[in-house]
Every structure is written in structure tokens, then in C-alpha cells.
Ligand binder design. Structure first.
Ligand SMILES: [Zn+2]
Length: 169
């Protein structure tokens, strides 16, 4: 097999490689290795706030939206998270700080990145009936370098109607 980077690439986070003298099985093996073996961060735990809140104008907001929590959690897991392998982030099950901790206590700055999101639907006097929540609404509690990249900020997560809120970390 021969591999050659196509002229003009890479651009930003994308590249094109021309493979010659190969077959579909070999190329598919590379595709699978890229998916499985390239270290990358993804959201794998989310705590949703549940309940009924009241804002400072007395408006009542409920923690519901059009999507079940499981679906939302899956959507969160699909968001590309900026990954810097050279920064020495550990897998949580191999983190030197957390290796001896119980499962629910695992997680420290060397093995996790924290995000939070707090959004609400339009106020009762607003013209629009709903508001879309995007990946860009996630806030990094950890280092700013983990902020969702501009090109991924418009990934829609769910919509909120009046009287609905969404909050998780
Ligand atoms: Zn850790």
C-alpha cells in the first residue's frame, strides 16, 4: 500500500490521503483503526438537574424538554471534544490519582474535563415559542482549551419551550 497526502491538505482539522495499490479491506482496517485507536475525549457521564425552579420574576420552570435524558446523553457523547494527547490526560481507569478510588469517586483534573450547561426556554412574554440549545452552550469548567470548537458550536442538542429549563454538568 502507498499513502500520499493530497496536495493542498491538511486544512485545519481535516486532511486527505490518497491510498494506492490497496483494496477495500485494507482501507477499511485503517478506517476502523482511526475510529478505535486515536485517543479522543468524549462526554461519558452527565448529571441532569431535576425539578421545578422559579426565576427571579416568579416564572415557574420545569426540567423537561422534548428529548428523554438518555437521548440527550447520547447526543452529548457524540460532540467532538478538543483533545490534546500531549497534555497527559489519563484514562479514568488508569489515572494515577484515581486508580484506587471507588467508581463513583473517580475523576480528577488529570483524567476528566468538566462541562456544564444551563439553559431555559423563552420567557413567557417572548415572541418565539422555543429556543434551541446548541453544543456551543456548554461551558468548560476545566481549562479553556477544552471549549467546544467554533465549527462544532452549532450542533443542536434539544429545544426548550416556555417554562422549560435544562441544566446539567
Ligand atoms: Zn484522576
Amino acid at each position: 500500500m502507498e499513502a500520499k497526502t493530497v496536495e493542498g491538505w491538511p486544512r485545519g482539522n481535516a486532511t486527505r490521503v490518497l491510498l494506492t495499490d490497496t483494496d477495500a479491506a485494507q482501507v477499511n482496517a485503517i478506517r476502523r483503526a482511526l475510529i478505535a485507536d486515536v485517543p479522543k475525549l468524549a462526554i461519558n457521564r452527565v448529571d441532569f438537574s431535576q425539578g421545578v425552579n422559579q426565576d427571579n420574576k416568579g416564572e415557574v420552570l420545569e426540567s423537561v424538554n422534548v428529548l428523554p435524558d438518555e437521548i440527550l446523553a447520547h447526543r452529548l457523547a457524540m460532540i467532538p471534544i478538543p483533545t490534546f494527547p500531549e497534555e497527559g490526560i489519563h484514562f479514568s481507569d488508569a489515572c494515577p490519582n484515581c486508580i484506587d478510588l471507588a467508581e463513583e469517586s473517580k475523576g480528577c483534573p488529570s483524567c476528566q474535563v468538566l462541562y456544564s450547561l444551563s439553559a431555559r426556554g423563552p420567557t413567557s412574554d417572548a415572541e418565539e415559542d422555543y429556543k434551541t440549545v446548541y453544543a456551543g452552550d456548554l461551558t468548560t469548567i476545566s481549562d479553556q482549551m477544552f471549549d467546544i470548537r467554533d465549527e462544532h458550536k452549532r450542533i443542536p442538542l434539544t429545544i426548550l419551550s416556555k417554562g422549560q429549563f435544562l441544566e446539567f454538568s
